[in-house]
Design a protein around this ligand. Structure first.
Ligand SMILES: Cc1cc2nc3c(=O)[nH]c(=O)nc-3n(C[C@H](O)[C@H](O)[C@H](O)COP(=O)(O)OP(=O)(O)OC[C@H]3O[C@@H](n4cnc5c(N)ncnc54)[C@H](O)[C@@H]3O)c2cc1C
Length: 391
């Protein structure tokens, strides 16, 4: 019998597994695919997440492999207005007053390498969970090959289509957006087109998030298209989209691209008995603002110390309920509403008129007044909850 089985080898699964294993808990992580998924998805680790990476001993490595940066440009396409600011004001509250830009597969790979060096951790790729049952003493997992595994606790970190969540009979309430996002990784020097390193292009038709994500000149360019357009031909439309973002022309080399259906959805509970849900298996949001994995990693940062305390120190299992309720409330009350506000701003220009002017004025205030800037930058810190076992 394993102490904990983590289902899903995305960033949430690997980070949770690392925290547990470093605490002395015996962990098995099972991942359905043969390798970590490297499709273009999360790319920004907000400053507020770096303490958690530091605690796991991987902040420096993430910084070395990724790309630390602290500048933002909000560019209103129709008027040409540019609103610029940096994160230096955060030095009042943290020594890590910058973000790290890096593909999420890189973070998962860093945690994986650390796990592989620990004697109490095991990773199995090509291992798909199919069925899950539990009783008072343990959880039984049946794999696609018919093999059965047993664990005292299971963490479902198996993404938006979570088998774990479905096996628990939990609902995934919310809605699906009528648009699709197209995330592209591209080699092109966007600074030639007057962008900074992190850019929000505000426009009702050609809104975009354009961010440098690696030191070698790789950028992420994410834009939106009508989900009624045929998905099979999304790649044929990329050159036209790029013409709107690469104003000064110039060469580019497309590295990877992926279309995404977007949702705002949340599981009816993040705990059922001996099974916990974290990351996208528990909640999904549109990616504007980069709050999806941010919330998932904060789930992980608070979960691993709690579960370790229950397993290693016989702490009260009720702490897991507190964790589950607090994380769910964070998603419903903060993550999801703010991601919707940002999507409306960046990709729909708030429908124009007074609403747009009010949103732009908010950004202007942020740029000109350090107090407003600090207050607004603290938003992502508010997505964190501490482990109930450590209060
Ligand atoms: C275009 C785009 C941009 C984004 N940008 C950001 C950003 O900048 N910042 C941010 O915070 N978030 C961002 N997000 C959201 C972010 O990508 C997700 O929140 C993140 O992937 C969640 O990680 P996860 O580990 O919970 O799940 P996933 O990354 O989905 O990993 C789940 C894993 O479980 C495995 N799995 C599934 N089923 C099974 C099974 N039955 N058995 C075993 N394994 C299984 C899968 O193969 C997968 O490897 C973005 C999303 C998109 C689409």
């Amino acid at each position: 019998m394993h102490d904990v089985i983590i289902v899903g080898g995305g960033p949430t699964g690997f980070v949770t597994a690392l925290g547990l294993a470093q605490s002395g808990v015996e962990v098995l992580l099972v991942e359905a695919e043969d390798a970590i998924n490297d499709a273009p998805r999360a790319a920004v680790y907000h400053w507020s997440m770096l303490d958690g990476l530091e605690r796991l001993g991987i902040r420096e490595e993430a910084e070395r492999i990724g790309f630390p940066k602290d500048d933002y440009l909000w560019w209103v396409r129709e008027t040409g207005e540019r609103i610029e600011y940096d994160l230096k004001v955060l030095s009042r509250v943290t020594r890590f007053n910058y973000n790290i830009n890096m593909g999420q597969d890189k973070l998962a790979a860093i945690a994986r390498a650390r796990l592989e060096a620990l004697p109490n951790a095991e990773i199995r790729f090509g291992t798909r969970l199919e069925r899950l049952e539990q009783d008072e003493s343990c959880v039984t997992l049946t794999l696609a090959n018919g093999e059965q595994l047993k664990a005292r606790y299971v963490v479902g970190a198996d993404g938006a289509g979570s088998t774990v969540r479905q096996q628990l009979g939990l609902t995934f309430d919310g809605f699906t957006w009528p648009e699709r996002f197209v995330a592209t990784n591209v080699y092109h020097d966007f600074t030639q087109d007057d962008y900074w390193q992190s850019n929000m292009v505000i426009d009702a038709k050609w809104g975009a998030v354009i961010v440098k994500i690696a030191r070698d000149g790789l950028w992420r360019c994410t834009y939106m298209e009508d989900a009624a357009l045929p998905i099979e031909s999304y790649a044929e439309r990329i050159p036209e989209a790029y013409r709107h973002f690469m104003h000064n022309g110039g060469e580019y080399r497309l590295d990877a691209a992926s279309p995404y259906v977007m949702h705002q959805r949340c599981a009816s509970s993040f705990r059922k008995g001996r099974v916990l849900l974290a990351g996208d298996s528990a909640h999904v949001t549109n990616p504007t603002g980069g709050f999806g994995l941010t919330t998932g990693l904060f789930d992980a940062y608070a979960l691993w110390p709690t579960l370790a305390a229950v397993i290693r120190d016989s702490a009260d299992e009720a702490l897991l309920d507190i964790w589950a309720e607090e994380r769910r409330a964070i998603f419903l009350d903060k993550t999801s509403p703010q991601a919707c506000v940002y999507k409306d701003f960046v990709f729909h220009a708030c429908g124009g008129g007074e609403k747009l002017e009010a949103a732009v004025e908010g950004m202007r205030a942020m740029a000109r007044d350090p107090e407003v800037r600090l207050e607004r930058l603290m938003f992502t810190k508010g997505l964190e909850t501490t482990s109930p076992a450590e209060r």
